[in-house]
Design a protein around this ligand. Structure first.
Ligand code: 4AD
Ligand code: MG
Length: 478
């Protein structure tokens, strides 16, 4: 089943055992009495130290043992004198699998900027920061599946290629099989997309929700977890053109149940990371503390682990959009004209408003509900007043919106009205509308942006640094 990994060796292997360690060289240090090689294989943030005696290996071989090279080291585990490690490997043999010419290898043992690392997305997982992020990302994904499985949800695989615009926002990437040099035309001369994929338009999905609703109307509780795409040209630290979304959808859930689930869910997956990713979180916490040293004491944020524990331990604040607008209207930045975007009932809250509520006013995560119908999607259930819908957004410190969800409109007539109102051809959504015709039921769901969750848990400032290969306007070519 392959060799022992460094994580297992450091945790369980007894002293004096013979071991074979395979990994990439992080550093090599030569002193009068010994040569120290720090090896890492990505199984843990911790390196294993391998020690050779001077003269044990030829100078020629040692010259090829440089940062980034890949080695197989055979030796014996012995107690270590080094700080922060219990064992090290006394080397008996070194095999160099692959060299990494120091003149060319871009990752040297020093701090590289995140911008620089983005340019070398193919190598950045070999840094401590990115390997920690990727391990935490994995742990969170695992926790998501575990959470829903334990709660009786079924994982539904929704299509990536779809004809529908689930959010009705027109931010789709078009998929086409048409020959762009020889486009089919209608009699009027327009491009005839009806001759496209399956004889209809095709896009990359913006959300699995509509198909998820079909699943919930049969299996009661489902969730999706897949890539979604938004062709929005937003160059922010919170947006990607390709991101992963988790979308649970539940029959017989009202908005309150939906909020309870969302809150419990994020708390449980963050708790999973707190328990299972201690070393990586500690590393990232130290990294952030280091970064913040230049700031005055009162401007520094809570240490990462405290911030996470706080979110897990305290109830989220719940209020309506209308109440939130009142708070914003009474706020200091509004009175002093400091908000970039003006506040008033009916506005789509911008991230400065969301962050004021979360970071300055309540100082904890907030769930806002009952937004004006005009600024929310067509599928949300209308409130009795006819002005607002049963929407909910979960807002997090440092992030803003992390979850968007709602109770869905279950009335066929009302939904059809909304579809027409926003200019969608009901023909394109006949299959969705049929769920309201045949055995409709109250139901709710939400979408959690997975990268925003990873961003929150890792404390990373830019969403481009929490996905292995970020897609954004002018992204690197990987
Ligand atoms: O609020 P959104 O657009 O909601 C939906 O797509 C619904 N269909 C979800 C549902 O009810 N099933 O997106 C949901 C979440 C946002 O709260 C945000 O966390 C994330 O997805 N998100 C993005 N993350 C990264 N880059 C982008 N461009 C994102 N757009 C949305
Ligand atoms: Mg939203």
């Amino acid at each position: 089943m392959g060799p022992l990994q460094i994580k297992d060796i450091l945790q369980t292997a007894p002293e004096n055992q013979s071991v074979v360690v395979k990994g990439w060289v992080r550093t090599k240090r030569e002193s009068k009495n010994a040569i120290f090689i720090a090896l890492n294989d990505g199984s843990t943030i911790n390196n294993i130290q391998a020690v050779a005696e001077p003269g044990q290996f030829s100078a020629e071989l040692l010259l090829t043992v440089t940062t980034g090279s890949c080695l197989k080291v055979t030796g014996q585990l012995i107690a270590s004198q080094g700080a922060g490690q219990t064992v090290e490997v006394k080397i008996s043999d070194i095999e160099v699998y692959g060299t990494a010419d120091p003149e060319e290898y871009p990752l040297q043992p020093k701090k590289h900027s995140l911008e620089f690392l983005r340019e070398i997305a193919h190598l950045r997982p070999r840094t401590n920061t990115f390997s920690a992020i990727l391990r935490i990302r994995h742990a969170l994904a695992f926790a998501v599946h575990q959470y829903f499985n334990d709660k009786g949800f079924f994982y539904l695989h929704t299509p990536v290629i779809t004809a529908s615009d689930a959010e009705g926002a027109g931010e789709m990437f078009r998929v086409t099989t048409l020959d762009l040099n020889n486009l089919p035309r209608t009699d009027e001369g327009a491009i005839n997309f009806k001759e496209d994929f399956f004889g209809r338009e095709a896009n990359l999905t913006v959300s699995g929700q509509l198909e998820g609703e079909l699943g919930a109307m049969a299996l009661s509780k489902i969730y999706t977890f897949g890539p979604t795409f938004r062709a929005e040209n937003s160059n922010t630290t919170r947006h990607l053109a390709e991101f992963w979304m988790i979308e649970p959808e539940m029959a017989f859930f009202e908005l309150e149940d939906n909020m309870d689930l969302a809150e419990d869910f994020v708390k449980k997956v963050i708790t999973y990371a707190l328990i299972n990713c201690k070393d990586d979180l500690n590393f990232l916490q130290n990294r952030l503390t280091e970064e913040e040293k230049s700031k005055p004491q009162n401007e520094r944020s809570l240490p990462l682990l405290e911030k996470l524990a706080f979110v897990v331990d305290n109830p989220f604040e719940r209020l309506t959009y209308t109440e939130a607008i009142d708070i914003l209207l009474k706020s200091k930045p509004h009175k002093e004209g400091k908000f970039q975007f003006p506040v008033g009932w009916g506005i789509d809250l911008s991230s400065e408003h969301e962050r004021y509520l979360v970071e300055k006013h309540f100082k904890k995560p907030v769930i806002l509900t009952n937004y004006p119908r005009e600024i929310k999607s067509f599928y949300m259930k209308l409130d009795e007043d006819g002005k607002t819908v049963r929407a909910m957004d979960v807002l997090f410190p440092g992030i803003g919106e992390i979850i968007g969800g709602s109770q869905r409109e279950e009335s066929y007539e009302k939904l059809l009205g909304r579809v027409k109102e926003i200019g969608i051809d009901p023909e394109n959504l006949w299959w969705y509308l049929e769920t309201r015709k045949f055995g409709t039921a109250p139901h709710s769901g939400f979408g959690l942006g997975f990268e925003r969750l990873v961003q929150f848990v890792t404390g990373m400032g830019n969403i481009r640094d929490v996905i292995p290969f970020p897609r954004y306007p002018k992204s690197a070519e990987f």
